[in-house]
Ligand binder design. Structure first.
Ligand SMILES: [Zn+2]
Length: 413
């Protein structure tokens, strides 16, 4: 290390509290519109203003609300990008957030002043390791929005550092603030040509010390069931009721392959929608696994159940069709091992042995990776996100800012 990696914790705290107070929920009720809410544009404008005040020369907010800031390099090295999202989760109140700072945390349940909300150590055992640290929560009637305002505050601190310290050698570094991550549309409209980066890292997960380099592989299954309708008064030996067939099909799906019974690297078959009547029913299922082969196995299980059920109901017809949704980003990340390796190296430089982690869903990073910008995730520092019990640890946010310094430096070494 040839630079001073001390982090300005007070600045992170100040910026975090400032942005947490600004409502920026996205919404699923505005399909086709990016960003989905005008508040995200407003937050983006404030960030652009703050970046200019820091001395950032290249920064713009495009018509879809994406904010891209470029810090010019001071040596020859590839451009890397860091991405956080402007929006907060839609289904927990995000209006009127009043952040509360809990200095020197005492290890006990945290009782918030509103709605009787309590952050319990029994629910979040990680709290036991945070004694003596500075935690921040909401006042109990809103989410906090640490997801992902931690990422934004950390980015601001790193930008300030890069502008004021020339001893850290780096190529161009882009900081990107995207809308609508929470509704799955944060990656689509990002102009990758503007970034021209070798890779990116999202700052969008819990705590400290993990690297998320895998996501689910996802297919969408449609089961089409044809029965035979006829007047029920004269239906004996003639009617074939598609609703009964559908119910039998769902009942036969394996209990150990459900979202409710699986975790970590286990996949599942998850019925999400059913519609129809006596003559025809359609069932939609999510098929999820970390490997394409695993998807195939799950689909074979469903096909066998369909075959057997069809035999049971003489005269019925069951067909299954599959639509590809997204793939594990690991398949892409493996094409340039440096992207994850350098993140490992940066964490080790901060005295932490990183844990590799999997996302049981799709992420903006996986979509970007398939668009050609390899994007694993490193933590931002929040916990209990999407809830009124959400909390963040200031010291961990500072550690994450330190990791980013080392990561930027590693790409230039
Ligand atoms: Zn997030």
């Amino acid at each position: 290390m040839k630079f001073n990696d001390t982090v300005n914790k007070d600045y992170i705290k100040e910026m975090f509290i400032k942005y947490a107070k600004i409502q920026s929920n996205s919404t699923e009720n505005n399909p086709g519109k990016t960003p989905s809410t005008p508040e995200q544009i407003e937050l983006g404008k404030i960030i652009v203003h703050d970046l200019k005040a820091l001395g950032v020369k290249e920064v713009e907010q495009d018509k879809n609300g994406y904010v891209i800031a470029r810090i010019k390099g001071n040596t020859q090295a590839p451009t890397v990008a860091f991405i956080s999202h402007l929006d907060t989760y839609h289904s927990t109140n995000g209006k009127g957030v009043e952040p509360i700072v809990h200095e020197n945390y005492n290890g006990k349940d945290i009782v918030l002043p509103k709605e009787g909300t309590v952050i319990k150590v029994s629910d979040f055992p990680e709290l036991k390791e945070k004694v003596g640290k500075t935690l921040i929560s909401s006042s109990g009637d809103t989410l906090l929005g640490g997801d992902d305002k931690c990422g934004i505050a950390i980015s601001m601190e790193v930008i300030k550092f890069l502008l004021n310290n020339t001893e850290l050698k780096h190529g161009d570094v882009c900081f990107v603030f995207t809308p609508d991550e929470e509704i799955g549309h944060g990656a689509e409209l990002l102009d990758l040509r503007k970034l021209n980066a070798v890779c990116a890292y999202t700052l969008d997960s819990e705590g400290f010390g993990t690297i998320t380099n895998e996501t689910f592989c996802a297919n969408y299954m449609t089961v089409d069931i044809k029965g035979k309708d006829i007047h029920p008064g004269y239906a004996k030996n003639k009617m074939v009721n598609a609703l009964r067939i559908a119910s039998r099909f769902i009942e036969k799906l394996p209990t150990d392959k459900r979202p409710e019974t699986t975790e970590e690297r286990q996949g599942f078959l998850h019925p999400v929608k059913i519609e129809g009547g006596v003559s025809n029913v359609k069932i939609n299922l999510l098929v999820r696994d970390f490997a394409v082969e695993g998807l195939k196995e799950l689909q074979d299980i469903a096909q066998n159940i369909a075959n057997n059920t069809q035999k049971e109901f003489q005269g019925s017809e069951i067909t299954i069709s599959i639509k590809e949704q997204y793939r594990n980003m690991r398949y892409e990340l493996d094409k340039d091992p440096r992207v994850v390796e350098y993140a490992v190296k940066a964490m080790r430089a901060c005295g932490v042995e990183p844990k590799m982690s999997v996302a049981r869903g799709g992420t903006d990073g996986s979509r970007l990776s398939y668009r050609g910008l390899l994007t694993p995730d490193i933590p931002a520092g929040f916990y209990a996100f999407h809830s009124k019990m959400e909390w963040v640890c200031l010291e961990e946010m500072a550690e994450n800012a330190k990791v980013i310094r080392h990561l930027i430096s590693t790409w230039a070494s």
